[in-house]
Design a protein around this ligand. Structure first.
Ligand code: SF4
Ligand code: SF4
Length: 93
């Protein structure tokens, strides 16, 4: 598979978000979605509010990225700000 096809597939499954795929080489590539950091206290609110049921319990809880819609419910509901947006460094929330 060439690089262009690979990038298009990643965009299709929602792993990557491109300003433009056709201009590969000059494209802005940003990660989409959310992940759960180690500050998770295991309250389960994210899991209860996930429409996809794609959050697994654990220490910390974990998002099954392949099924995530990037709706942000988990991010909004977490009481301790343990859910982080991909690609955002030092997020204050
Ligand atoms: S962003 Fe939405 S779909 Fe993805 S894990 Fe969070 S609540 Fe679930
Ligand atoms: S809502 Fe936040 S603290 Fe609670 S289980 Fe989910 S990620 Fe962990």
């Amino acid at each position: 598979m060439d690089a262009q096809t690979c990038l298009k597939k990643l965009q299709y499954v929602g792993v990557l978000n491109f300003a433009t795929v056709d201009k590969y080489g000059n494209a802005m590539i940003t990660e989409k979605g959310y992940y759960i950091s180690r500050s998770c206290i295991g309250c389960g609110k994210c899991m209860k509010n996930c429409p996809q049921k794609c959050i697994m319990s654990g220490k910390p809880f974990q998002i099954i990225q392949e099924h995530c819609l990037h709706c942000g419910n988990c991010y909004e509901k977490c009481p301790v700000g343990a859910v982080k947006r991909q690609g955002i460094v030092n997020e204050t929330k």
